[in-house]
Design a protein around this ligand. Structure first.
Ligand code: ASP
Length: 307
């Protein structure tokens, strides 16, 4: 049995603004990432390689707020966060507030496998990326007219906003992937540009192991998307693991408790994707939608945006 699930962010284009053309574009972006990960699992590859390939594909797609499609910070730059964790060894790697790196998830993976650390930030993380030979891109690679308009709106209103325009048509489009491979190993990865017009080096839940990303072969792999400050306070991804490990909740039950009850209680909007050691998939969200796609070797598969 093997399974993969991916997300392109919770909180989506409002249903009434989603025309056929946009729907096709989002679904194509999600399916391309899902296929990249699933093909590796099908060939006997690892969950680690599958989530990496899926997140790289989403980072390269300008529709999602990660890598190429990252939102603008207060200074008009792109500061990205990413993390990855493997469930067999519980090794993890993460980067926060990095600029210019083409694929932040690859840098998070380098931190995990080729450094003695878990989380590197800013200029130091960029120096490590150079030492590891990762690809850098110039500022104009990350430029997107829609993101620039969001940034201008947020700047003039002096507001730090999740990835949605003032008209509310797009938000929280962080990306992530979780997978179970045929050897029984679980892995999770998450990547984001964070919040439009963010300042003071703001970092959300995405690069924080236990908040935005977590994996343990004993329970599940989790990747989150939503209002990072609330996900940090609720330690969302690790909370799902704890409910399974210590209360013996099933995956679906644990995820629903955290997303639909605990997060809601503190006003935390968003969702998550998770897969357990049996290949079951859960994808709850308390926002209007969550870009998501999933596929298991038992034939369970789909792509969806709203409920
Ligand atoms: N969780 C991300 C953050 O707060 C945002 C998102 O999921 O869109 O940085």
């Amino acid at each position: 049995m093997f399974s993969i699930a991916i997300h392109g962010g919770a909180g989506t284009i409002a249903r009434h603004l989603l025309d056929r053309e946009k729907q096709v574009a989002y679904e194509a972006g999600l399916n391309a990432a899902l296929d990249a990960g699933y093909a590796l699992l099908e060939a006997g590859g690892s969950a680690l390689d599958a989530v990496t390939a899926a997140v790289v594909s989403l980072e390269d797609c300008p529709l999602f707020n990660a890598g190429k499609g990252s939102v603008f910070n207060h200074e008009g730059r792109h500061e990205m966060d990413a993390s990855i964790m493997r469930g067999d060894t519980r090794e993890a790697g993460a980067v926060a507030g990095i600029q210019g790196v083409k694929n932040p998830v690859l840098l998070a993976r380098e931190v995990m496998t080729h450094s003695e650390h878990v989380l590197l930030s800013g200029a130091g993380a960029a120096a490590f990326a150079r030492r590891q030979g990762l690809a850098f891109m110039p500022d104009d690679y990350f430029y997107d007219a829609f993101r620039y308009q969001q940034y201008q709106e947020a700047l003039s209103a002096d507001r730090v906003q999740l990835d949605h325009s003032a008209s509310g048509d797009r938000k929280f489009s962080t990306v992530g992937a979780v997978a179970l491979d045929s050897k029984g190993n679980l892995c999770a990865a998450t990547s984001t540009g964070g919040m439009t017009n963010k300042k003071y080096g703001r970092i959300g839940d995405t690069p924080v192991i236990g908040a935005g990303t977590y994996a343990s072969n004993a329970t599940c792999a989790v990747s989150c998307t939503g209002h990072g400050e609330l996900f940090l306070r609720q330690v969302v991804a690790h909370q799902v693991h704890c409910l399974m490990a210590y209360k013996e909740c099933r995956l679906e039950e644990a995820c629903r408790q955290v997303v639909m009850t605990d997060l809601v209680a503190i006003g935390g909007e968003g969702g998550l994707i998770a897969v357990d050691a049996h290949g079951n998939i859960a994808m709850p969200f308390n926002s209007e939608g969550m870009y998501r796609a999933w596929r298991s070797s038992n034939g369970y598969a789909g792509v969806a945006i709203h409920t």
